[in-house]
Ligand binder design. Structure first.
Ligand code: OSB
Ligand code: MG
Length: 379
């Protein structure tokens, strides 16, 4: 396969409600939609970087820059046999996983459309449907949080994840357990808001029988997480600390976690996601598919990935309506039954772009062609 043309579009998309975490509040999505063209087909993907470097060091702007200056030139016009080669072609560039993923995922979609198979099948996924959960931000009050949990449990979501931070941890978790009981699959995500100085507080969370606690300590740490895990009954799940299968191996080797959250953007693409999945499967470590408040294209990629066997814990890929009044794909992502999303069985992502809606959201556009002419309205 050869990629003859790539189009980038930067889109601003309103969220239907602000989403607050320990690192800050997100009020709108600022994404880059990537289209890769080859042999009459087009593959699409979506950059998941935030507009500010608060979850990791990348931003929508740095992804645009890395794609334009380095990644697209490295790929355009090159003959490749399989999308697994793309991450190799990008390996000379340090880090910038979200930028790399944005392009690599479009190539995966293009490949699966060209070979006329669902992306899930191209990745080796066997599940026909995936169980999903929902991630709930830090709410203004415990009552509002409990109401949200109630709403999502009624929709049948199979896992409730709540964001925590110092001062918003024991009380909200206790309220949820007191209201809904011990059977609700519940977890907490701290987004690196604690240190080992908070050990006594973190130990108190064991009483809530959480499925896991996600990334309690620093975004760049595995050592302290390993010490913490020896003190906690609750399994630790790593998110921010894991960027590759090598990070995964080291974290598991030292006992820093018992579960891994795989985000395609954070690890540089679908090939690396699969490697992490396979490594964890061989080592008896369950994985689940995390989210970055993706619009539909990113959501569709997550659904395909989560069809792999070792995605045995419900992920964060909720229905489009969780965050958006209208989505950039058609049909939008819906629950086919309570807490379940059906994996599409048509070629590629199995969703089409909602072009009229997208054209209203575009703030910048750039087209790259094989002969290296660049066209764009801005950059
Ligand atoms: O830590 O998992 C996270 C959203 C943005 C950045 C980081 C995270 C999240 C979420 C939301 O938890 C997951 C989703 O619903 O997409
Ligand atoms: Mg997280």
């Amino acid at each position: 396969m050869e990629i003859s043309e790539i189009k980038l579009q930067r889109l601003k998309m309103p969220l239907n409600a602000p989403f607050e975490t320990s690192f800050g509040k997100i009020i709108e999505k600022d994404i880059i939609l990537v289209r890769a063209y080859g042999k009459g087909k087009v593959g699409v993907s979506e950059s998941v970087a935030m507009p500010f470097p608060i979850y990791n060091e990348e931003t929508t702007g740095t992804v645009w820059y890395m794609l334009s200056e380095f990644l697209i030139p490295a790929l355009l016009g090159k003959e490749i046999q399989h999308p697994d080669q793309v991450s190799e072609m990008f390996s000379f560039i340090r880090r910038n996983q979200m930028a790399k993923a944005a392009l690599e995922m479009a190539v995966w979609d293009l490949y699966s459309r060209q070979t006329d198979q669902p992306l899930a099948a191209a990745l080796g996924g066997k599940r026909k449907e995936i169980e999903v959960g929902v991630s709930i931000g830090i709410e203004p009050t415990v009552v509002e949080l409990v109401n949200k949990v109630d709403e999502f449990l009624r929709e049948g979501y199979r896992k409730i994840k709540v964001k925590i931070k110092p001062g918003w941890d024991v009380e909200p978790l206790r309220a949820i357990r007191n209201t809904f009981g011990d059977a609700v699959p519940l977890m907490a995500d701290a987004n690196s808001a604690y240190t080992l100085d908070d050990l006594e507080l973190l130990k108190k969370l064991d009483q809530f029988n959480l499925i896991m606690i996600e990334q309690p300590l620093a975004h760049d740490d595995i050592i302290d997480h390993a010490s913490l895990q020896t003190e906690l009954q609750t399994p630790i799940c790593l998110d921010e600390s894991i960027h590759s299968v090598e990070d995964t191996r080291k974290a598991i080797e030292i006992g820093a976690c018992k579960i891994i959250n795989i985000k395609v953007g954070r690890v540089g693409g679908l090939t690396e996601s699969k490697r992490i999945h396979d490594f964890c499967e061989r080592h008896g470590i369950p994985v689940w598919c995390g989210g970055m408040l993706e619009a539909g294209v990113g959501r569709a990629h997550n659904i395909a990935l989560a069809s792999l066997n070792n995605f045995s814990i419900p992920g964060d890929t909720s229905a489009s309506s969780r965050y958006f009044n209208e989505d950039i794909i058609l049909p939008e992502v819906t629950l086919s039954k309570p807490g379940v999303i059906t994996v599409p069985d048509t070629a590629g992502l199995g969703f089409e772009l909602n072009e009229p809606f997208i054209s209203n959201l575009v703030t910048a556009e750039k087209v790259f062609k094989k002969d290296s002419e660049v066209f764009g309205i801005s950059g």
